[in-house]
Design a binder for this molecule. Structure first.
Ligand code: JFZ
Length: 580
């Protein structure tokens, strides 16, 4: 969900702390932690907090879980101190998820932790207090549209029929607003409300809820999933990272899991490694996107050990490398590098190495002068800088001589101190390995009028290329003329996560042209492609005769009709052949 198009004046001010934070702590906790992925002995594939929906559990039966919910091991200070140690800078917890149960003292409802459980404490009060002490901004997740407990809420198709607008409106007035008022008055300052799954909520209702929140706490941030693009910031798909950046204005966040579930599931052992988690954090930061990383505590109130060890390890990396994440903005270059990612802050440019270039690295297109350098984990490392500018090709070239030996620890970061704010050429230029990446957000789109055209989707991919008369092109800079293999990076739209190939495209630079059928056989395996897959489709070879600026034209010869979103892709890459 994209952020509000007409940004109100105070928005930048209200969002400042949040944009600087870059890394947040998310908690999915509720009655679903008791079944933990199994209902009456049967295992359910889907995410744990969806068990009521997956197993179509009738309301009266699910309600009985409340009598068992007694998280005696819950310790608010422990959770918040883990969030601190992990290096996260804001804390968001489910106050009410789609199952409709309030995990807080809700005077307006009997279906809450105080009235319906033996626990007798309000964990939100304890967490709010622990966060206040730790100076950690504290916010609530609140499922505003889906509520499987209420006939007026959305989503429960096994007990109720779809509510009329009138009934839904009554639910908003009688449950949502009173509970939001409680959340916004009982716990001190609330940093944000993380609304979710708006479904087909009307725009007027999204706007009304947003105003309602701001009428009680004007500085409270409202997440993009309030619906209809009226949130204070945009929310990407769960675990989603756009390859070429977003190319969209506004502030953004990606909520993400440590394994595959949000709410605790006994059987989900698919933990991401610390290395992968750090790559995801850096990847998102390099695109100016916040990372909201989730834990799912058990019904006893314990955060699984596997989550704790990973979060602590991330915190140790951030202790050394935090300056390259907190308060930074995305890379000044509009594409990813083969060796890693960049972030920036003031006059500093940070190079995060996923792969350590042995001894030498070249970066094209940086117009600044490098005044000094610093390897964050090893401040004594000797680094030599050479810079020149080639008038024939118009390219700025920065060469770094670095130690051959990879520094110890995950993802070394090199800081470049520049003569001013980073100023990078916006045209794609060759990378160190000669590869030229042409990302989706930089494409010029040529739609014939009167057709539903190619558009940059919220996934950062080009999508809805369903008409052969439409096409795209990019300008880019060549430093070394020669033959280039062309690859189209096929990706998925938000509508469907299935990769579809079979399209025939033609690609041309000057007089050189190639035509190929794109297939999805070569999957790209990386930290981010687990949930949103990508494939590298080979698309022939092009000869580029001269150095300097060129244009690549991409046209469709035939489009596979099975693909409802047409040709969906996130980049085209040109890889030099026979030279390195
Ligand atoms: C939602 C919830 O349904 C889920 O239980 C969890 O709370 C998660 C954080 O958010 O699920 C979504 C919502 C939006 C997308 C995907 C899953 N999306 O836009 O891709």
């Amino acid at each position: 969900m994209a952020p509000a198009a007409n940004q109100d004046e105070g928005l930048a001010r209200r969002l400042k702390w949040w944009e600087e934070a870059r890394f947040g702590f998310f908690v999915h906790w509720g009655l679903y932690a008791i079944p933990a992925g199994r209902w009456k002995g049967k295992y359910y594939e889907r995410i744990g907090e969806w068990i009521m929906h997956s197993a179509k559990v009738p309301v009266e039966e699910y309600e009985q879980l409340a009598a068992e919910f007694n998280p005696v091991k819950f310790d608010a200070e422990k959770w918040v101190s883990l969030a601190k140690q992990a290096g996260t800078k804001y804390f968001v917890i489910t106050s009410k998820h789609h199952d409709g149960f309030a995990l807080f003292d809700s005077p307006s409802s009997d279906y809450d932790i105080i009235d319906a459980t033996p626990f007798g404490r309000d964990p939100m009060k304890e967490l709010a207090e622990a966060c206040r002490k730790a100076k950690m901004p504290f916010g609530f997740y609140y499922s505003q549209a889906q509520d499987w407990h209420e006939p007026g809420g959305l989503g429960n198709t096994w007990d109720f029929s779809k509510p009329s607008q009138k009934k839904f409106k009554a639910y908003l007035e009688e449950k949502v607003k009173p509970q939001l008022r409680e959340l916004l008055t009982q716990y001190g300052p609330i940093a944000l409300i993380w609304f979710d799954t708006p479904r087909d909520m009307r725009e007027e209702h999204s706007i009304e809820l947003k105003h309602f929140v701001h009428s009680i706490q004007p500085d409270c941030i409202v997440s993009g999933r309030i619906g209809n693009n009226v949130g204070d910031y945009g929310s990407l798909g769960d675990n989603q990272i756009p390859r070429g950046g977003l190319g969209l204005p506004g502030a953004w966040e990606t909520p993400a899991t440590l394994n595959d579930t949000w709410g605790y599931k006994t059987d989900d052992k698919n933990w991401k490694s610390t290395r992968v988690l750090l790559e995801l954090l850096v990847d998102l930061a390099s695109k100016g996107i916040n990372y909201l990383l989730n834990v799912g505590p058990t019904a006893e109130g314990v955060i699984p050990k596997a989550s704790v060890t990973r979060l602590e390890a991330m915190g140790r990396w951030l202790e050394v490398h935090g300056e390259a994440i907190y308060g930074t903005q995305g890379s000044p270059f509009p594409y990813e590098f083969s060796w890693g990612r960049m972030t920036r802050k003031g006059r500093n440019l940070y190079l995060h190495f996923f792969q350590w270039p042995r001894g030498r690295l070249v970066v094209y297109g940086l117009r600044n002068k490098v005044k000094s350098t610093c390897l964050l984990g090893d401040r004594d490392a000797a680094i030599e800088v050479t810079q020149d500018s080639d008038s024939a090709t118009g390219s700025h070239r920065l060469e770094l001589r670095i130690p051959r030996k990879r520094p110890s620890g995950e993802i070394p970061v090199l800081r470049l101190d520049l003569d001013g704010p980073p100023d990078a050429e916006q045209l794609p230029v060759p990378q160190f390995d000669g590869r030229i990446e042409l990302p989706a957000p930089l494409a010029e789109i040529h739609n014939q009028s009167g057709t539903r055209g190619i558009a940059l989707g919220q996934s950062g991919s080009l999508e809805f290329w369903t008409n052969k008369r439409n096409g795209v092109s990019w300008q880019f800079r060549v430093v070394e003329p020669g033959d280039y293999a062309v690859h189209v990076i096929l990706s998925t739209s938000r509508v469907s996560r299935k990769l579809v190939g079979g399209h025939v495209v033609s690609l041309a630079v000057g007089g050189s042209q190639t035509e190929s059928k794109l297939d999805v056989n070569r999957r790209i395996e990386s930290a981010r492609t687990q949930y949103f897959p990508e494939a590298r489709a080979e698309a022939g070879t092009l000869r580029i005769e001269t150095a300097g600026v060129h244009t690549l034209q991409m046209r469709a010869r035939s489009i596979n009709r099975e693909a409802s979103a047409g040709i969906v892709f996130s980049a085209v890459e040109l890889v030099p052949v026979g030279r390195r």
